[in-house]
Design a protein around this ligand. Structure first.
Ligand code: ADP
Ligand code: MG
Length: 369
């Protein structure tokens, strides 16, 4: 039995000025006990709304949510269990700690609400502080602590009630990159210790990939793909997922008589196998990871180096393929100079329909509301 189950969950917000937005559209989802599951997608795609519906802070427009086999929200039956009775721990993006309470009282708060006896509170707060490396900070106030420490208070408060499920909404996005990485690790360690089920919300793909057993990529209120980080990276189902998970290079191509021509050049072909999903089509987009393109002197599409950038881990070369600029990443030992002639071979490609940028406007609109 899944620990968290969403069935046909939908949420529509009505905005006077901008019309209504379907923030979450027909979500069906099962998350297993002990899983670290990420919601990943650009700003405005519906991550927070989904999490808030699971937590019980937001009503559903349609559908059902079940936790541990128990219904907690069923729209058609008007069933709704309030957040405090759902047995969840939550950490939000903003440092949601109370500035007028010391660290001990901040962490003890949920237990006081539950009317846990005083001695038991002391014991459990001490435990939670120990697991989040805050022992000794009890009598300080949040204002005295750094951003990372404040997020630890929020984490301690989320785990003090021994929840089975932790909901984390971009908990690391206000921290600097180094701290983010170490907190990532700490969250993972906590999960191992307590076997929490975690839903981790983020727009940062490397964070999601580092933490998750499975991830759900979302776009404009829709589930696009659910899979392991590895499968999502290697087998993205569309251009959006491909682009969202790691660096991508796209080339628009025209297909004529089983030959592949880059957009803007009908004199030279790109040599690669045309996959089944391109059969009968005239326009497609080829996608390749920048490190899966072979730059060499003799074989492949002839062009020249437009620009070269040295980075710490690789060299980036920009070359023209027809009318498009293509970015290639190579190890430092492959050396070309700017203006030099070269050839480009696509080692691994994925092919997508050329759906243009029609979705871009809708994405921007969502971020404005
Ligand atoms: P994310 O967390 O992925 O950035 P949200 O879940 O916050 O996205 O928002 C999804 C969509 O719903 C966005 O278009 C957002 O503007 C809209 N939205 C969220 N909350 C409200 C609200 N309370 N009222 C109106 N629109 C909202
Ligand atoms: Mg959000």
């Amino acid at each position: 039995m899944a620990q968290i189950e969403l069935k046909h969950v939908k949420k529509v917000f009505s905005e006077k000025m901008l019309g209504s937005v379907v923030a979450v559209d027909d979500f069906n989802l099962e998350i297993e006990e002990g899983e670290c599951f990420s919601f990943l997608g650009p700003s405005g795609c519906g991550k927070t709304t989904t999490l808030r519906m699971i937590a019980g802070f937001e009503d559903l427009s349609e559908g059902e949510i079940h936790l541990c086999g128990r219904p907690v929200s069923i729209k058609s039956k008007n069933l709704y269990i309030p957040p405090e009775d759902r047995g969840l721990g939550m950490v939000f993006q903003a440092f949601a700690v109370w500035p007028h309470m010391n660290i001990f009282d901040n962490v003890a708060f949920p237990l006081k609400v539950q009317k846990v006896p005083r001695l038991e509170i002391k014991k459990r707060v001490e435990q939670a502080l120990k697991h989040t490396n805050l022992t000794g900070f009890e009598s300080l106030y949040p204002g005295n602590l750094s951003g990372g420490q404040q997020q630890r208070i929020a984490l301690a408060r989320a785990i003090v009630t021994n929840p089975k499920v932790l909901l984390l909404d971009e908990p690391l996005s206000n921290l600097d990159p180094k701290l983010r990485e170490s907190m990532r690790f700490e969250i993972k360690e906590l999960q191992k210790k307590f076997n929490f089920t975690i839903i981790f919300v983020t727009h940062d793909q490397s964070e999601a990939m580092a933490l998750s057993d499975r991830m759900m990529v979302m776009d404009m209120g829709k589930i696009v793909q659910i899979d392991t980080p590895r499968n999502l990276y290697n087998k993205p189902i569309n251009r959006f997922v491909h682009n969202f998970l790691g660096k991508s290079t796209f080339v628009k191509v025209n297909l004529r008589n089983n030959k592949v021509y880059p957009d803007g050049d009908m004199t030279q072909t790109i040599s690669c196998k045309i996959p089944e999903n391109a059969a009968g089509k005239e326009k497609m987009v080829i996608a390749a990871r920048p490190n899966a393109i072979n730059l060499n002197k003799n074989t492949g599409f002839k062009t020249k180096i437009e620009k070269r950038v040295f980075l710490t881990d690789c060299t980036e070369y920009y070359v023209k393929i027809g009318s498009q600029l293509l970015m290639i990443q190579t190890p430092h030992r492959i050396v070309f100079s700017e203006g030099e002639e070269c050839c480009v071979e696509f080692a691994e490609t994925m092919w997508y329909d050329d759906d243009g940028n029609a979705a871009e406007e809708e994405r921007n609109r969502r971020q404005l509301i």
